[in-house]
Design a protein around this ligand. Structure first.
Ligand code: F0G
Length: 464
C-alpha cells in the first residue's frame, strides 16, 4: 500500500514541554519586548521557527556518543572520529574543526580576502558577506534571474548565473577573485537547491581560470535530496554519493555543523591545498584552539561524527524535505503567498503580497512576524526592510528588495500536528489581514538593527 501520510521516522524518548500561553499574555510579552520578537524570552514562544541552526533534536545514538567524548587536549579519539567522517564525506585531506560556521569563514576569508579581492556567490549568507567585507574584500551575489520571481517554479532556483560569472571574471581579472562561493542550499535565496550541472559548470569555469571554488555546505544533504529527485541521472545514486560528487568539484568547504550535522554547536573548514591549510591552521590555533579540537569539546566532535552519517539516511531526509514541503504547499493551497517552490529548511512568506496595504516603510514583514506571535505564539524572522533596509541622506528608508518572513524548521523537533497548528493560524491571518497595521521603529542601533530595535504599532487613521 502507498500511504498518503508521511510520518516522523522516529519515536520520542525524551520530551521538552512547551510553555502554553494565551493571546492576552502574549500581548503583554510582546509589548514588554518592544514589539521585537528577538527580544522575547524563549519560554514565552510556543513554536520557535526563528532558525534551523543549532536547534536540532539529537538522536539516542548521538547522546550515547557524547558519553564517549575524549577531552584530550591533543590527538583526541573523538577528533579522529570526526576527522575520518568529514574526510570520507568531503574527499578533502585537511580538516579544521571550529566552534561554528562563521569561525571557519573568518579563518578562510581572512586568509584569501583583503583589499582589492572579489568573492562571487549565488548568494553570500550574512556572516559570509560580513567576514569577506571585514577582510577588506568585496562580495558579489549573482543568483540566476529566475530566483527574483517568488512565484516562479524552477527546480534549481539556487543556481548561480554562470554567464554573469564569466563577465565578472573578464571585468575584474581572475587573479583578483579570492574565490567563488557556492552556498548549498541557497539560504538567503529561499533555501533553494543548486543543481549538479550548475556546480559542474562553475567548477569548469573556475578550473579554466585558476580560481578557487568553495562550498558553503551546511545544508548539502538537503541539497542532495533535490538533486536525486529532480535532476536527470541521479535517481539511482545515494544522497551521500551525490554530496560526495559535489564536494569533489570544490577546492574547499565551510560548514556550520549546526544545520545538516544535526548538532547544537560546531563547524569545520575542509581544504585540499596543503599551503592554504597550513596558513589557516596557524590562525585556527591562535583564535579557536589546537588543530585537534578547534573550538569544540571532544563530546561535540562525537555527536558531529554521528550526525553527519544520520543526515544522509533516506528515511530521515525524505521526512525532512516532505515535512517542509507539507507546510509550504498547504499554506500555498489556502492562499498564502509563499516563495515557490518550497525549499529544504524553511518556508518563506511574501509579506509584501500578503499585506499589500502596508507600505515597505511600515514594515509588512515585521507586522506578520508580530501577528504570528500574538495569534499563536509562533516565532518567525523578518527578512525584509527591518533586516536589510538602509536610509538615504534625508533619513528616508531605502527598502530591501523583498519583504519576506521565514519560518525555519528545526530538524526532528516538531511534529505534523505542530505544522497543522501553523496552517490553522494562517487561515486566521488571511481572514483578518485587512485589520493589521504596520509598525514604526522608535529606537535602533547603528548596525544589525533587527536584533535590538524597538518598535511601536501604528494606530488606525481614524484614531490619529
Ligand atoms: N552559511 C550559511 C548558508 C548559513 O545559513 C549560516 C548560518 C552560516 C553560514 C553561519 O554559520 O551560524 O554556524 O556561524 N545560518 C543561520 C540561519 C544563523 O539562521 O540561517 P554559523
Amino acid at each position: 500500500m502507498r500511504h498518503r501520510t508521511f510520518i516522523e521516522p522516529f519515536k520520542i524518548k525524551s520530551v521538552e514541554p512547551i510553555h502554553m500561553t494565551t493571546e492576552k499574555e502574549r500581548q503583554g510579552y510582546l509589548r514588554d519586548a518592544n514589539y521585537n520578537t528577538f527580544l522575547l524570552d524563549a519560554k514565552t514562544v510556543l513554536l520557535d521557527f526563528l532558525t534551523d541552526s543549532g536547534t536540532s533534536a539529537m538522536s539516542a545514538n548521538q547522546w550515547a556518543s557524547i558519553m564517549q567524548g575524549d577531552e584530550s587536549y591533543a590527538g583526541s579519539r573523538s577528533w579522529k572520529k570526526m576527522e575520518t567522517v568529514v574526510q570520507e564525506l568531503t574527499g578533502m585531506e585537511y580538516i579544521l574543526p571550529t566552534h561554528q560556521g562563521r569561525a571557519a569563514e573568518r579563518i578562510i576569508y581572512g586568509h584569501l580576502g583583503g583589499k582589492g579581492k572579489i568573492f562571487i556567490s549565488n548568494t553570500h549568507f550574512d556572516t559570509t558577506r560580513a567576514n569577506i567585507e571585514f577582510s577588506g574584500a568585496e562580495g558579489i551575489d549573482i543568483p540566476i534571474p529566475e530566483s527574483k520571481d517568488t512565484a516562479l517554479l524552477h527546480p534549481f532556483k539556487g543556481n548561480l548565473d554562470t554567464k554573469k560569472l564569466l563577465t565578472l571574471i573578464a571585468k575584474h581579472g581572475a587573479e583578483n577573485i579570492g574565490a567563488v562561493v557556492l552556498t548549498v542550499t541557497n539560504n538567503s535565496g529561499g533555501g533553494q537547491p543548486v543543481s549538479m550541472k550548475n556546480a559542474r559548470t562553475i567548477h569548469d569555469i573556475c578550473k579554466a581560470h585558476n580560481i578557487l571554488l568553495l562550498l558553503d555546505c551546511c545544508r548539502i544533504a538537503e541539497n542532495a535530496y533535490f538533486i536525486k529527485h529532480k535532476e536527470d541521472g541521479y535517481a539511482d545514486k545515494t544522497y551521500k554519493a551525490i554530496a560526495q560528487e559535489m564536494f569533489a568539484l570544490a577546492d574547499g568547504a565551510v560548514m556550520s555543523a549546526k544545520k545538516d550535522a544535526l548538532v547544537n554547536m560546531g563547524g569545520f573548514l575542509a581544504l585540499k591545498d596543503p599551503a592554504i591549510a597550513q596558513a589557516c591552521t596557524n590562525v585556527l590555533i591562535i583564535t579557536e584552539g589546537f588543530s585537534t579540537y578547534g573550538g569544540l569539546n571532544g563530546r561535540d566532535m562525537e555527536a558531529i561524527a554521528v550526525g553527519l552519517e544520520e543526515v544522509f539516511e533516506p528515511a530521515y531526509l525524505t521526512y525532512r524535505i516532505k515535512s517542509t514541503t507539507y507546510l509550504g504547499e498547504k499554506l500555498h493551497q489556502i492562499g498564502v503567498p509563499v516563495v515557490m517552490p518550497i525549499g529544504g529548511h524553511a518556508v518563506y512568506i511574501d509579506a509584501k503580497k500578503l499585506y499589500a496595504h502596508i507600505p515597505p516603510h511600515e514594515y509588512p514583514g515585521h507586522a506578520l512576524a508580530c501577528e504570528l506571535y500574538l495569534k499563536a505564539g509562533i516565532r518567525s524572522v523578518e527578512i525584509g526592510s527591518v533586516m536589510f533596509g538602509k536610509y538615504d541622506k534625508n533619513k528616508q528608508l531605502i527598502p530591501a528588495g523583498m519583504e519576506l518572513v521565514r519560518l525555519a524548521i528545526p530538524r526532528r523537533v516538531y511534529t505534523k500536528s505542530h505544522f497543522d497548528y501553523v496552517i490553522e493560524t494562517f487561515e486566521e491571518i488571511l481572514r483578518t489581514k485587512h485589520e493589521v497595521r504596520g509598525y514604526e521603529i522608535v529606537e535602533e542601533p547603528e548596525f544589525l538593527r533587527h536584533f535590538t530595535a524597538k518598535f511601536e504599532q501604528l494606530l488606525p487613521a481614524e484614531v490619529v
